[in-house]
Each structure stands twice: as structure tokens, then as C-alpha cells.
Ligand binder design. Sequence first.
Ligand code: HPA
Length: 280
Amino acid sequence: MVNASASNAYDLAKQAAEVVVKKFAGTHDVLAVLGSGWAHAASVLEATDEIGVTEIPGFIKPSAIGHGGSLKSVAVGKSRVLLLTGRTHLYEGHGVNAVVHAVRTAAFAGCKTVVLTNAAGCLREDWGVGATALISDHINLTGFSPLTGADAPAPLHGRFVDLTDAYSSRLRTIAKSVDPTLREGVYMGFHGPHFETPAEIRAARVWGADLVGMSTVMETIAARHMGLEVLALSLATNLAAGISGEKLSGDEVLAIGKASATRVGGLLADILKKIDLEKN
Ligand code: HPA
């Protein structure tokens, strides 16, 4: 069960990794997680093979609209990339281990890098809707940590993981060399699934947030815990609550995601190619 104790969560991820390594005949280098609005990357990057997530131990088919349910294997230059077409969110109620299961599985399946993408509310009117931004740091307002519970089994680190430079400056530099117009900002992670109130957004601004969303922070913490380098990208699908005076809706998030699909999908593909080149 996905909600089992922490050490079982690692065992489950190891089992999942065995299935993935067997299915795709070997290990991978990079995990890329496609959030809302980023799914088009899957059609830009041609998969050599794919598996439905429900065939992998511990994975749950995402219930959020716009999130797919497969894991693909893609060759990008000399790198092998696992492409997860949709993620599990905290608000789906399966527990924090389910949210980070793909990251742990990828780490056990050889990945050293994770690229996380998401849709986010934007606090920066000057960036505007449709902006793409690199996450430079996060503020975890979910009240959760994937490291709650017993210490991870050896040889993994204990629970006190350093999150200085959680979002790799090396990878951000590579991403900016692909698209110098990429913004950079702090992402505040909320539990959701409700949108924030205008008062929460005013507080988020005072605390230093540029973007708000309901994903990514758990995955980043779990990835750093397992020694992976993290790059995270947000697509600003709306101005955050109370900024424009307009009501927020999930449909708007999806519509902007759809309208930006080709651009951000291509961007992600180009970034993955550049990460591969820098590796060699
Ligand atoms: N808030 C939280 N998550 C989001 C938003 C938002 O405004 N837009 C897209 N994901």
C-alpha cells in the first residue's frame, strides 16, 4: 500500500524501479514530470516505449484533469529520460509517499536528475499570464514533508536534508541558455485543491513568493533527499487570487495550458537536450 510506513514506501519504490528497469531494459538518467500545460512535450519527444502507471507497483493513475497516466522512455541524445505524463498531488488524498513515489522510483531506476513542471498562479503582474519561470526556491506551506516518519533505510540520508540550493543553479543556467527570457522566482506550495484566498496571496507576497501552486515541493524535497539534482519550471496560467479581481477557475488553468502547449512542450524538450549535451 502506498500509505504504508516510510521504510515500506522505499521498498515499494525499489519494487517499482525493478519493474521499470525490466520493462525499459535498463536504467535512465533523467525523470521529467509533466504538470498541467506541459503535456505537449510528450508529443515533441518521441518515446521508444511506454507503460501505464497502474502496471507499476505503488503508482496511482492521477485524477487531476490534464494529467496522463503513463511513463515513457525517451532517448534524448545519449541520455535516457523517463517521462511521467501526469503526477499525483497531495490534494488527491493518497498521502505524501504517493506524491513522491515517482521520484523515488526514478532514483532507484538510476536517475540523477529530475525536471519538474507545473502550472502556477502568478503574483507578478509584470510577468503576465503565459510566462514561464524557473523555480529558484520554494516555501512549503503544505504542512507536509515526505521525510516524516522513520529514517530512510541505509544507505540513504537521514531525515535532516539540506535544502540550500534545492533548485540547482547549474541546471537553471543551462535552462536560461536555452531561453534567456525565462523568469526566475520563488514558488509557494499549498496543499489545495481550493485556490488561495486574496489574503493568503497578500501574505505570500510579503513572504517573498512569486508563484503559487499545489505540487512540486514534496517531489523536490524527496529528490534532494535521494541526491538528485532538481530543475523546476512553472507555467503561469493565471494571476493569483485577488490580483486581477477576476474569479479563478480550473478551466482557465487548463485553457492557458492548452494555448501554451506547443511553446512550453518545445521548451522542455530543448532544455532536456541541453542538459544531455552538458553531461557529455
Ligand atoms: N493557485 C494554486 N495553484 C495553481 C494556480 C493558483 O492560482 N494556478 C494554477 N495552479
